[in-house]
Design a binder for this molecule. Structure first.
Ligand SMILES: Nc1ncnc2c1ncn2[C@@H]1O[C@H](COP(=O)(O)OP(=O)(O)OP(=O)(O)O)[C@@H](O)[C@H]1O
Length: 230
């Protein structure tokens, strides 16, 4: 597709419950990995959620890989995978295998194809041995790996991860960030308060009070963000 890997905001604002939470955002993103940093309440999650239409924009024009999230909802949801901090809220079906297979509903795949894709996705996140386990018997970190596998299995062209490592121990946090930043070969938008993680992305955005306060090379953006609190 012509616009693969291209996210464009043109004068986008978002009003939630009468309050402007994103103001006049204009940017063009083609980097493979994009960190989103900023203070609590600065608009990072609202920004992330516009990308798959979870939060509708109120004005301006938004194009995500050539799609308009407010109009092409179904296509956008197939193409844009979301990962949040709370894994328990993301797993839907009782067993790991069922949960991953659920993502593929409506894709007209045979049972064998579904099974092969489930196994491959679990292999990618290092959970191959737990396919038939109950999701509820897993640790939070393992559940987050399942949630990520459930996104990967849909072969999205963009993953939007909102604080995906916030509740995880160091080992699981490293596993999630390695998969997202080193192994996944499409685009990633990563909202994070972990500034070292942000620096590992190719590009960074910093929000302040609903405005795009800074954008550019991650180490420089992080350093300027740190200085605002010095
Ligand atoms: N569902 C909602 N309805 C109305 N306003 C909301 C809603 N969710 C968030 N907001 C408001 O939007 C503003 C931006 O919130 P958002 O969650 O986007 O910020 P954030 O930068 O992700 O914050 P944090 O780092 O705390 O997660 C805040 O003022 C918040 O109160």
């Amino acid at each position: 597709m012509q616009d693969a890997g291209h996210i464009a905001f043109d004068g986008v604002s978002v009003v939630r419950e009468g309050r402007t939470v994103l103001r006049d955002i204009t940017l063009s993103l083609t980097a493979r990995s994009i960190a989103v940093v900023g203070a609590n309440g600065s608009g990072k999650s609202s920004f992330a959620r516009t990308l798959n239409g979870l939060v509708p924009i109120s004005s301006g024009i938004l194009s995500v890989h050539g799609l308009d999230p407010s109009r092409d909802g179904k296509a956008v949801r197939q193409r844009v995978g979301m990962v949040f901090s709370n894994p328990a809220a993301q797993v839907i079906m009782p067993t790991v295998r069922e949960d991953l297979a659920f993502t593929l509903r409506g894709r007209k795949l045979s049972r064998d194809e579904i099974s092969a894709r489930v196994d491959a996705a679990l292999e990618k996140v290092g959970m191959a041995g737990l396919a038939d386990s109950s999701v509820y018997s897993l640790s939070g970190g393992q559940q987050q790996l399942v949630a990520l596998a459930a996104v990967l299995i849909g072969e999205p062209s963009l993953i939007v991860a909102d604080e995906p490592t916030a509740l995880l121990d160091l080992g699981n946090a490293k596993a999630i960030s390695r998969i997202l930043l080193d192994e996944f070969d499409a685009q990633v938008v990563l909202v994070t308060h972990d500034l070292d993680l942000a620096k590992r992305c190719e590009y960074a955005l910093c929000f302040a009070d609903g405005r795009l306060a800074d954008a550019g090379e991650p180490a420089a953006v992080v350093e300027r963000y740190r200085r605002t609190y010095a």
